[in-house]
Design a protein around this ligand. Structure first.
Ligand code: SF4
Ligand code: SF4
Length: 329
């Protein structure tokens, strides 16, 4: 018989860093578009996995010299390669026991709802009454919360006692009945310090407007993130002033974006995977938060040296760069 203990051990051996198990009834009352039971009505367990974002993958952005590593190794590569690869292997292990398993692939591109949770107009329709309009979007952070991995921080980023904000999430549905974990009840990780708000380059994290969601008897609250602003600033752009044009995202058909102080690039670099453009390196929502949680010593994954070792840099686009130093002989 497959046990929770065994599946956690196997998942970690295969590459997951943290594993938590919840029961589908924790989704009672969830919107039909976000209910995992729409995908697998006979599911008996929901398994959430955390895959750490290595602190080192943020180093090059922090130093202002090597930006692609976070996008490739800490973001797109995790979401599009490492997590599916690992979860497929875990699902095969479960199916070898005769229990169907569905590792949810990266959900966003096909989902039937938009960022506000509304149905995407003209996109899809339910195949029959009572069913969701495809594709169902299981909210990964809420799933991770309901499986006991941690909490959703004010920034809207998921926080765990092991890695703080430094992980990406995967979720699996299965007909295997596994011993569930309790919902996280440890010391609160987010202390509403608002460092994420202060360091977000796009002022995308609202200091006072919040979203509240009730799940499984718990009230969750996070900031009402401005996804439009985050979408520009995390790519390193800023809006041009009135009457001004900008070419930073001209390849994307925009003439109102110029490079901002957190981007050294004249134009937004090409994508690596889907997200090879996270120039911001999650300056507020991951880096500032991680630094704060490390200072409070509430993260299990400890380092010998603090993450921030130098003054924060900015690019002054009103000035030409200084002349190149001649290469050493
Ligand atoms: S930076 Fe502070 S307020 Fe923001 S999520 Fe982290 S702990 Fe919470
Ligand atoms: S990714 Fe960057 S721009 Fe977006 S919320 Fe985080 S810190 Fe702000």
């Amino acid at each position: 018989m497959l046990t929770a203990e065994e599946i956690k051990k196997v998942a970690k051996a295969m590459g997951a860093d943290i594993v938590g198990i919840g029961t589908p009834d924790r989704w009672d009352g969830a919107p039909v578009q976000m209910d995992p039971r729409q995908i697998m009505p006979e599911a008996k367990s929901v398994i959430a996995f955390g895959f750490r974002i290595m602190r080192g993958s943020l180093r090059g952005v922090e130093e202002g010299t090597f930006f692609s590593n976070y996008s490739s190794m800490g973001y797109g590569g995790l979401n599009w390669l490492y997590i599916p690869h690992t979860m497929i292997n875990i699902a095969k292990y479960i199916e070898d026991y005769g229990h169907e398993a569905i590792p949810l692939g990266h959900l966003s591109p096909w989902r039937g709802i938009d960022n506000e949770g509304e149905l995407r107009p003209g996109y899809s329709r339910p195949v029959e009454p009572g069913k969701a309009a495809p594709d169902v979007m299981v909210h990964l952070r809420i799933a991770a919360f309901l499986c006991g991995l941690g909490e959703i921080g004010y920034s809207k980023v998921f926080l765990t006692p092991q890695f703080g904000p430094r992980q990406r999430l995967g979720v699996m549905l299965t007909e295997a009945e596994l011993e569930p974990d309790p919902i996280y009840d440890g010391p609160p990780l987010c202390d509403r310090c608002m460092k994420c708000v202060a360091e977000c380059p796009g002022d995308a994290i609202s200091p006072d407007k919040t979203v509240k969601v009730a799940v499984a008897g718990h009230q969750l609250e996070w900031n009402d993130l401005d996804c439009e602003r985050c979408g520009i600033y995390f790519r390193g752009g800023v809006y041009t002033d009135e009457g001004e044009t900008g070419e930073y995202m001209s390849a994307q058909g925009r003439d109102d974006i110029k490079p901002g102080p957190i981007s050294p690039f004249y134009h937004k670099p090409n994508n690596i995977y889907e997200y090879g453009e996270a120039i911001c390196g999650a300056k507020g929502c991951i880096r500032a938060c991680m630094i704060h949680l490390e200072e409070r010593a509430v993260i299990g994954n400890k380092f010998e040296t603090p993450f921030r070792r130098n003054k924060l840099w900015t690019v002054d686009w009103s000035q030409e760069p200084e002349a190149e130093m001649p290469a050493s002989e």
